[in-house]
Design a protein. Structure first.
Length: 375
């Protein structure tokens, strides 16, 4: 394996530029298709479906809600499925980034439907229970419920949900564990919280993440990363994830999202009070108005996405600086991010507008400049 100090990151070749462009276009097209279908459903189909459902299930607004939610979920999935398959399977294989078989892709998709469907059913049911019970201040109580759901799901994600999709095992390399134990000393994160995430069955890409809340907090290192990076480069990646823990980025991001949820639910209340009757719904309590509610939240989230991404990039820069300071190894830092760019076919020099609109991490070239300024 090449020494970190000898690795230099060249500009992205045309194939990498094309790969990133295709992935970006697929994401934009999928977002547009989903929003257009939500709009069609909310403005045209929702009132029609609502009348049909009410005629058949007049005595149960819960059944009305669940049938509306099921119809919306299935049709949204059908609208996005072709692009998801092309972007997530065809393009990944075309650029030699995927190890996934067609059967594997289908199995993962079915798991996503089952898990996402169950969680979606719980969240929608909980939201409308609040809307129907809490009166004019439902949006305030809905925010409290959203916070509770976020905390519970944050605790369950690494120990219950993620293992449904990927094999997760404790780190079994004794010498590496000792290195990481030394790096984590004094931060409150124990080495027992570091796990191997088995990504190689599906992808050649390398990745790492900090996940979980409280006792389920852990660092997940992809096996693709563990198997191809030097110990010094793994130190850098681990220290970066450690930075999220030290800087308390997860609770800070939750606080930001609580504020956004409060604003979003309040906006739903304002918009649906005047628009729902005009579109043919009874009022905002009408279960048939679920597509309209989701449309308002989706547009609100989309408008705020650049600001949310900017905050995420700020946090990532803090973690990059922390990793440099903690490891005192700029050469390994350069090597780690150079390898990440090459393995993941990342464009180190994307257009600034693309970064501003879509990136929740800084561009690789910007991250490498931090090492140039390090002592």
């Amino acid at each position: 394996m090449s020494d970190s100090a000898t690795i230099e990151l060249e500009p992205a070749p045309p194939a990498v530029k094309r790969y990133q462009r295709l992935k970006l276009l697929a994401g934009i097209a999928n977002t547009i298709a989903s929003l257009v279908w939500l709009m069609v459903f909310a403005v045209i189909l929702g009132p029609i479906l609502g009348e049909w459902v009410k005629a058949g299930f007049a005595d149960s607004r819960w059944l009305q809600l669940w049938l509306t939610a099921a119809a919306l979920a299935v049709t949204l999935e059908l609208a996005s499925l072709p692009l998801d398959f092309w972007s997530g399977f065809v393009v990944e294989h075309e650029y030699q980034l995927s190890n996934q078989t067609l059967g594997g892709w289908i199995r993962q998709r079915v798991k996503m439907w089952l898990v996402g469907g169950a969680l979606g059913w719980l969240l929608v049911s909980g939201l409308y229970a609040v809307i129907w019970a809490a009166g004019d201040w439902w949006w305030l109580w809905a925010t409290a419920g959203w916070l509770l759901a976020t905390v519970v799901l944050g605790q369950l994600l690494p120990v219950v949900i993620l293992p449904i999709f990927y094999k997760v095992t404790p780190l079994d390399d004794a010498s590496l564990a000792e290195r990481l134990r030394s790096l984590a000393a004094g931060t409150g994160l124990t080495v027992q919280g570091v796990y191997r995430l088995h990504l190689s069955a599906e992808t050649k890409k390398a990745n790492a993440a900090l996940a979980g809340l409280g006792r389920t907090r852990r660092v997940l290192l992809g096996d693709t990363l563990l198997d191809q990076f030097t110990p010094e480069e793994i130190d850098v990646v681990f220290a970066h994830e450690l930075g999220h823990h030290v800087h308390r980025h997860l609770p800070k991001m939750i606080a930001v999202r609580v504020a956004l949820a409060l604003a979003g639910f309040w906006l739903v209340d304002v918009v649906l009070r005047w628009s729902a009757p005009a579109l043919g719904y009874t009022d905002l309590h009408d279960p048939a108005a679920l597509p309209l509610l989701l449309l308002v939240l989706s547009v609100f989230s989309l408008v705020l996405a650049p600001a949310h991404n900017a905050l995420s990039r700020l946090f990532e820069r803090q973690c990059d600086r922390y990793a440099l300071a903690r490891t005192c190894n700029p050469a390994a830092y350069r090597g780690a991010f150079t390898k990440l760019a090459r393995l993941n076919k990342s464009d180190p020099d994307p257009h600034p507008a693309v970064v501003w609109l879509f990136y929740d991490h800084p561009a690789i070239r910007e991250r490498l400049r931090l090492a140039d300024a390090a002592p």
